[in-house]
Design a protein around this ligand. Sequence first.
Ligand SMILES: C[S@@+](CC[C@H](N)C(=O)[O-])C[C@H]1O[C@@H](n2cnc3c(N)ncnc32)[C@H](O)[C@@H]1O
Length: 254
Amino acid sequence: MLYIIGLGLGNEKDITIKGLETIRNCELIYLENYTSLLQCSVEDLEKLYHQKIILADRERTEQGDEAIIEEARTKNVAFLVIGDPFSATTHVDLLKLAKEKGVLTKIIPNASILTAIGLTGLQLYKFGRTTSIPFIEDNPHLETPYNVLEENQKSGLHTLFLLDLKPAEEKFMTVNGALEILEGIEEKKKKDLIHKKTLVIGCARLGSENPLIKAGPLGVVKEFDFGRPPHCLIIPGKLHFVEEEMLKIYEGGE
Ligand SMILES: C[S@@+](CC[C@H](N)C(=O)[O-])C[C@H]1O[C@@H](n2cnc3c(N)ncnc32)[C@H](O)[C@@H]1O
């Protein structure tokens, strides 16, 4: 059986009981840790699981890894994903390939950044398309996040920006870096979508012991220190008065 298991957003203790029991009964445990970041080490996970973890590599697993699937034909194999397995980063290729090859699968979901942002007080129903901001050096002609923001704003919808990370290089985009990139695109496109007074919400380490949310004008939030990664950014659309009241609470950064 191939088990695809979400680890949640905080530390080793965010695994579900079902997930933990399953991992303890598996012979091989792979961890995909290149698309997000937990607030604990691989060793912390191994200590709780009483199991050794194999780090899965990006190129192989994103196209669906034949070798993992073949192992799961005769062994219990766990594939661990930070957050929820099918939210934001989709591991559907792995699932699809397993199904095509007739290998049994079981999914154990967990919390995702896509729902943890509910802590901001913004209604999840009112988010439009989510978009990512890649490092600008990898994508010097970047426009997509700006265009997605424009489309969402036209419909009064909130926009969630997921920020690039390269954990192997210990490189994580900050809220501050993301705002700078958006300002850079604004300079080229000149549609007055982004300016110093634009209301933005920076979030860090949601779902962990020390989450941080700061709402306010871009010019202020850009100077704020959000601390350790991972970070994400929200630009709200049309606000309901309860959403507005919640954002006021987060003006000081808490
Ligand atoms: C590809 S998504 C992670 C998807 C994951 N499967 C999930 O369900 O949460 C990774 C990006 O989401 C954001 N992110 C993930 N966890 C976060 C957290 N706890 N707090 C703030 N942002 C987070 C960061 O921008 C990070 O680069």
